[in-house]
Ligand binder design. Structure first.
Ligand code: CA
Length: 241
């Protein structure tokens, strides 16, 4: 019997690489409120919604954007420490964040399809990371997570997504990333993964397309509803290569 080389791609596993804040958890409004309160408490002029755009930046980088705009200079390390400490305390004082509606449904679909799931977060918030198993049981197998601790470079560098592909044992042609913020989208798109963006906050869809998203959904429930048919299309495209 002649050996058929073509179906090789068919047998290759697929990987779904999922961001956490703003994608699996509705945590961004809390972060924005925590930043805005810190700014207000220190006489720094800021718009609450601008903090959605900074998602994925380090605390120091966000503080320096505010400082340069208002004072024309970077914050000192002591100022960063103090102000980021205030922001973190504000965040912790808020009510617990909820899982993003629609995310469990999406994860169940991926699991049913045998897609390997990896969490990709720059967050060091152990409180949310440790809730994952309770909120999304079975969605992420042990060790299938890339956090700030596993990557040398943070988003928008492609490193976190490249590491996640390694972990999933998939190549970029078989990787699909799920993100909600421009810097995360940029990181995913630069890694070569098919990049699904979900506009779960006030960020305009155009900004997510500009960052490199291949498709943008209006919400996670919409993504959960329509991604399955997109996935079938992507699979048939890759198979026909
Ligand atoms: Ca995010």
């Amino acid at each position: 019997m002649p050996k058929d080389h073509r179906p090789e791609t068919k047998d290759q596993p697929w990987g779904a690489l999922l961001d956490m804040d703003g994608t699996l958890y509705d945590s961004m409004p809390h972060h924005a409120d925590a930043w805005k309160k810190m700014a207000d408490d220190n006489g720094i002029v800021a718009d609450r919604d601008e903090f959605f755009m900074y998602e994925g930046r380090t605390g120091a980088s966000t503080i320096n954007i505010l400082f340069n705009r208002q004072f024309g200079r970077d914050a000192t390390p002591d100022e960063v420490k103090e102000l980021y400490g205030q922001k973190s305390r504000n965040f912790r004082a808020m009510p617990p964040v909820n899982p993003m509606p629609g995310a469990a449904e999406l994860l169940r679909f991926l699991e049913a399809e045998g897609v390997r799931r990896v969490l990709v977060t720059g967050s060091g918030q152990s409180s949310l990371i440790s809730r994952l198993d309770a909120d999304y049981p079975g969605a992420f197998l042990e060790g299938m997570r890339i956090t700030a601790a596993n990557t040398e470079h943070s988003k928008p560098h492609p490193d976190p997504y490249l590491k996640a592909m390694e972990l999933a044992g998939v190549d970029a042609a078989h990787a699909i990333a799920f993100e909600n913020a421009p810097l995360g989208v940029e990181s995913a798109a630069r890694s070569g993964a098919f990049t699904v963006a979900v506009a779960t906050g006030p960020i305009p869809k155009e900004a997510l397309y500009e960052a490199g998203a291949h498709i943008v959904y209006d919400s996670m429930p919409q993504c959960a509803k329509f991604f399955p048919q997109l996935f079938n299309k992507i699979k048939s495209l890759v198979f026909s290569l």
